[in-house]
Ligand binder design. Structure first.
Ligand SMILES: [Zn+2]
Length: 96
C-alpha cells in the first residue's frame, strides 16, 4: 500500500536524482575523472594556495585531454569559480 507520504517521497527522490544527473551532464566528466580532478586540485592548493583562478583545474584538464572551455563552464555552473571553490562546491554527489 502506498501512502501519500510515500508517494511524495518517491517524487522528491526522483526529482533529486534527475537534478543530480543534470549536474553531472553540465559538468561533462564522470565520477572517476572528477575524483582525479579534485585530488589534483587539493594537492596543488596544499602547496600553493588558491590564487582565485581555476589554474590548477585548467592544468588538470590540459593533461587529461578534457576540453577546458566546457569544463570551465561546468565548474562555474556548479559554484566553482576558483580552485578552492571547485573543491568545496562542485561535486554533485556531495550536494543535498
Ligand atoms: Zn579560491
Amino acid at each position: 500500500m502506498t501512502s501519500e507520504r510515500d508517494r511524495r517521497r518517491t517524487l522528491r527522490d526522483s526529482y533529486k536524482a534527475e537534478r543530480k544527473r543534470d549536474e553531472w551532464n553540465v559538468l561533462g566528466i564522470d565520477r572517476e575523472l572528477l575524483d582525479d580532478l579534485l585530488d589534483h586540485v587539493e594537492e596543488r592548493l596544499a602547496v600553493t594556495g588558491c590564487d582565485h583562478t581555476l589554474r590548477h583545474s585548467r592544468t588538470w584538464a590540459d593533461s587529461h585531454s578534457v576540453a577546458w572551455s566546457a569544463l570551465e563552464a561546468g565548474l562555474q555552473a556548479g559554484g566553482g569559480s576558483c580552485d578552492c571553490e571547485v573543491l568545496a562546491n562542485v561535486d554533485p554527489d556531495e550536494k543535498a
